[in-house]
Ligand binder design. Sequence first.
Ligand SMILES: [Zn+2]
Ligand SMILES: [Zn+2]
Length: 886
Amino acid sequence: MARIDNISKTFDPNEAEPRLYKGWMDRGYFKPSDEEGKKPFSIVMPPPNITGQLHMGHALDNTLQDILTRYKRMKGFSTLWLPGTDHASIATEAKIVEAMRKEGIYKDDIGREKFLERAWAWKEQYGGRIVEQLKKMGSSCDWSRERFTMDEGCSEAVKEVFVKYYNQGLIYRGERIINWCPHCLTSISNAEVEYEDQAGHFWHLRYPLEDGTGYVELATTRPETLLGDTAVAVNPKDDRYKDMVGKMLILPLVGRRIPVIADDYVDIEFGTGVVKITPAHDPNDFEVGLRHNLEVINVLTEDAKITEDYPKYAGMDRYEARKHIVEDLEEGGYLIKVEDYNHNVGTCYRCGTTIEPRVSLQWFVKMEELAKPAIEAVKDGRTRFVPERFDKNYFNWMNDIRDWCISRQLWWGHRIPAFYCDDCGEIVVTKEDTAVCPKCGKPMRQDPDTLDTWFSSALWPFSTMGWPEKTEDLKKFYPTDTLVTGYDIITFWVSRMMVAGMAHMDEVPFHDILIHGLVRDEQGRKMSKSLGNGIDPLEIISKYGADSLRFALVTGNAPGNDQRFIPGKVEMGRNFSNKIWNAMRFVIMNMEDDIDLSKADPSRYTIEDKWILTNLHNLVVEATNNIDNYDFGVALAKIVDFIWENFCDWYIEISKSRLFDKECETRTEALYLLNYVLGTAVKLLHPFMPFMTEEVYQNLVLTDKDDSIMISDWPDADSIPSFPAEAQMMTTLIGAIRSIRNVRTEMNVPPSHKAHIIVVSQSEDIRKMFTDGKAFLERLASVSSLETTTDKSGIPATAVAAIFDGGEVYIPLEELIDIGKELERLAAEKDRLAGEIKRGEGKLSNQQFVNNAPEKVVNAEREKLAKYKEMFNGVEERIRVLSDNR
Ligand SMILES: [Zn+2]
Ligand SMILES: [Zn+2]
């Protein structure tokens, strides 16, 4: 049986991809090599949420990580790509609450323990979905090291950090105004608030002075919070209100006495220069309240309804209450006017509900001191952003960092390791569960809240490697080399990992942060459920294979930039894959079983061999450079160009005469190079399209071959000879062939029609090259014979010129076409067109037709006539030119 009989006609990704992936897994290729002397390279995977389903963002993020991982592995590093998933407290809890609601069950009915049982069962059932989907992408992570933010080790790390920070005074519990989501019923961090521009109003109100001497005028966007006002403030430098400060006002509708205070926070220029102060419902007012020792009066319940303290409005939702309060203000003569006003409103990133600032007792991390070493590390380049411009996002956030509210009123997550004695007020913060008060011996209860999800993901680069134990993995793989992530979570996650890395490892968590953009739809819109424009990567994989999806995602990718997902690129990927498959089959089809490629002799390399080797050499240098600089899109484009054009369109075509001639002296060299060049090129392509390249590699006959392409060595440019002078010659020749082909296409000359050419060049080398390269020209440019000259004067003026780099090729017109026959054909065409014109003119001069036929029909007739006239003129012109040249 011939070699080719073992190779399928086409590459079927649906069959090959799962089989190859399993083979790689079974042979342990995804694990880092423990061979001595290999340098480590490590990436930790941004853990996808267990609630997640693979979307285009994940697909891009993981493709980029896999490219790096496979590249470094081939480059000889001991490579670790550490995968895992995130428990995603708020998202997961919301899913479970939702599922329970459908059964008519509520959290409080079943209690914490039963709820958590459900949550873990949910995680068991669905948490692995995203992992299986990542495997379909070809991700070469070490699954034996897979972690989960709530597994035992990561939970241990969380407790360790909490207790450590607490003992250092960096974690505290305090009454603060926090962002509260009245829908999710939990606090959310500043980073989780999304701001949107909303149309609203300014209600101008008057608050009367207690002494009856007048009133102050102020404006508010939230009149319902008036119920909680405990002061009115002006700027101390504002002369208008100098005499007012210290006086008392009577709060409309409520009747409470409140003071006029002076505080720098008030902007003199804005509105009337007077603002109402509601410490319980506005973060700035809360600060003002602290400075002036104002009472904090909470007027809203957890779900943003008016409290029982205001019977008239009690139980009303905040917006409903607003309506009633405005009505009552108007009735009482307190409302001056209402203005339209657009303002920035904070909303919950999960559910979109407008955030309600709320005062409550929460746990906080003091960030200012912790941030300093993390800021330094980026400043001095120990960690760098790629592209660099994203360090601005980082510095802006870090330089203005607020204390981080880390407690969440949720059950699914890391429970806060703080224990309270209700009897004597003792608080114990410890890693061990504490049931008995060490002070008074009474029972203690654990804080019911859990930690912000990002508290555990901030530790991800080292908790996953076994911290707080001092493990071998930490020693070998920390700090990691590259973090690959989107720009949208620089503040949420990247900055907090930097802080945690510096605080607990005294070392940055990663050296490079490769930032990628969003994957948008073809029209540049964000992919979203509401627009229904999302493209499911799994659907693409089942239709075209993971290789084609990866090809589409990397084509045109540049660090930091958003990109459009153009479905046509997926097809390009599949076509490219087929092109390579067919090239491989062509090469193997020409291999006799007994051929010995080791007999290939470099001293017998022809000019085209030297040309393809030189191009391969340059490609290895450039693609390696591009990948090192994270310019994956550029590297892929160069590899595609090389394989498609240089190798398939030219080298294979040129080699055919040597392959088909069994007596050809350099046939072995041609076959050797066809295998070797394609084998080297698919190695370069492997990180981008891992599956098809493996299969092609396995089928090629290579003198130096590993068990798998993924553990083969990355091509070394130094071992690929380069012949710049010969390569330049060949490039010139190819340029000339292209020009000749273009001329022939323009003139519609069939390939079977061979033509004589005259090459004009001042360079003796080029003239000699054409004489030597006659065989190529005959086959690739349909040349019958050629002459070379330095002198243009003998060339007929009607010859058609094809320009190339270094000279011109002339083809006499009669070489391309038979002028006599062409004139005959044109004369017949001219007659036909004249007939059509006559018919059209006749029709359009018929008034009955013009008046009665539908306008559309008449217009169509007019257009047809115009077109025939234009064609007629073109034919006449051509006849004139050809007759002149006879
Ligand atoms: Zn919410
Ligand atoms: Zn006690």
